[in-house]
Design a protein around this ligand. Sequence first.
Ligand code: PEP
Ligand code: MG
Length: 334
Amino acid sequence: ASRSALPVFNGTGSTSDGHRVPLLANVGSGKDARAAAEAGAEGIGLLRTEFCFLGRDSEPSLEEQVAAYGAVFEAFPGRKVVIRTLDAGADKPLPFLTDASEPNPALGVRGFRTDRTSPGVLARQLEAIAVASGAHEADVWVMAPMVSTAEEAADFAVLCTAAGLGMPGVMIEVPAAAIMAEAVLSRVRFASLGTNDLTQYTMAADRQLGSLATLNDPWQPAVLQLISATVAGAARATAALPAETGSATAAAQSKTVGVCGEAAADPALAVVLTGIGVNTLSMTPRALSSVGAVLASVSLEQAQELAARALAAHTAAEARTIVRSRLPILEQLG
Ligand code: PEP
Ligand code: MG
């Protein structure tokens, strides 16, 4: 078959039978966001806010932050924009928040944990997000990175409420949070799986070490099991919500689980994630068309069957081979 036979991503992610999986973009700036909009992204699934402030040695002012976030909202008027609060530390050091002399930075004070050591920075960031979203008509969701416990999720929700932000969520990138997903999600509105860190922490393999790439592989069945546990926990947290009268209200309250790690940019893995029950996929904009095409080549039931096979595999190689061999469209993508 020729390349032109491929279904082109038309800006609406779904399986062949119309099961919707919005395809969102990972960005680090307003410029990235404009490029993502051109590539057909349905919204932003991850704004890495620390990238707006790399190389700074002091906290950006409220005005600077409002401008940086506003530029992203401007690229997606009325669309979903998921902003991640500062994820400083480990592979993303920020001198005004993190301590470069920590012996083990990946296990140190990073992400949401910096709110304990430098109180106020996060609250001011949330204020800036609220001001910027008020100035644009934005569907703004806000999530905290490196959350490990239900208490941390609850603390973040309190900070969001204080800032007037109504869609608090957490990243699930620590195995503890995946295992405790039901409790974590009972405190917030949504979760987004950060598979880069989730893989690193599950496999105890530094994500920056090329020599550990075989371990650092999101196809590892242990990682897939934790993703599946997170989706199951979210479903239980949704089921535990008080019954609503209107079904539209109930749907709006349900706990959604996205993926925003690199795993979502692998078309075969995107199919598996969809089959596991993930609600949205966020990726580098250049992956949107291939992920969209492969997703559109399978029905939800086929995706579920492939997910079951991947979850039953004993090794990452086995999972990848089984799934890829059943997706003939991959050959056309080259
Ligand atoms: C992740 O950990 O998967 C993620 C999306 O966040 P980052 O890569 O910025 O740590
Ligand atoms: Mg991460």
